[in-house]
Design a protein. Structure first.
Length: 220
């Protein structure tokens, strides 16, 4: 008596594996891909790299940012230019504004808005830059705040250093006030400015980042 041939399920024309083995292989590949994606960004409470990369996908899109500073709600709209380790930059009303993650509640986007008419950051997709990154990666990246942030994610204190010597506007909420000054330096959690107000007696003023709602780079 001729035995009926055992049926071997093949779930893809590109493999000769039995169906069960093929499913198991796909599950292993999916798990391996998941591990590779998350190796550099472990899910730790203080790790903001995943949020930074997610926000980076909105670069140059028109967004509406809902934020809260000490219980007070506020909305800022404009083009999202950059996301850093603990901040985003928004091009709003012809000015560059820095907003810290601690203030963010939500970000919504509308793809129907016109493209921004600014030249705040360089275009990364140039052949010249690609060659420089390939042959002199360290020198090229270390010489650009934008590239440092793109590859590693930098905090607000370091990002602001590119504006040293420029006039900045600091919006605070307690007490409700606006400070204007020339950015002198930054530390890990503070910025140092030379106040422009004639009522300020001190030559330099140190302001904690936790006291700041929004930092705006004044028009030059």
């Amino acid at each position: 008596m001729i035995k009926a041939k055992q049926r071997i399920g093949i779930s893809s024309p590109t493999t000769a594996l039995p169906e069960k083995q093929f499913i198991e292989l796909k599950a292993c590949i999916a798990e391996a891909n998941h591990i590779l994606r998350t190796l550099g960004n472990p899910p730790q409470p203080n790790n903001t790299r995943q949020l930074e990369l997610k926000l980076a996908s909105l670069q140059d899109q028109y967004v509406e940012v809902e934020m809260s500073f000490r219980g007070k709600l506020k909305t800022v709209d404009g083009f999202l230019l950059q996301s850093g380790k603990n901040y985003i930059t928004i091009w709003s009303r012809s000015r560059l504004r820095y907003i810290q993650y601690d203030q963010l509640i939500s970000i919504s986007t509308d793809g129907n808005e016109a493209a921004p008419t600014h030249e705040i950051h360089p275009i990364f997709c140039s052949e010249e830059l690609n060659c420089a990154l390939l042959y002199t990666f360290t020198e090229t990246v270390s010489g650009s705040v934008m590239l440092l942030n793109r590859f590693y994610g930098i905090p607000l204190s370091i990002a602001l250093l590119q504006h040293a010597g420029q006039k900045i506007i600091i919006q605070m909420n307690e007490p409700k006030s606006i400070k204007m000054g020339c950015l002198v330096n930054t530390t890990e959690d503070k910025i140092i400015i030379q106040p422009l107000s004639k009522h300020e007696d001190q030559l330099l003023e140190t302001i904690a980042l936790t006291e700041i709602e929004v930092i705006t780079i004044a028009k030059q």
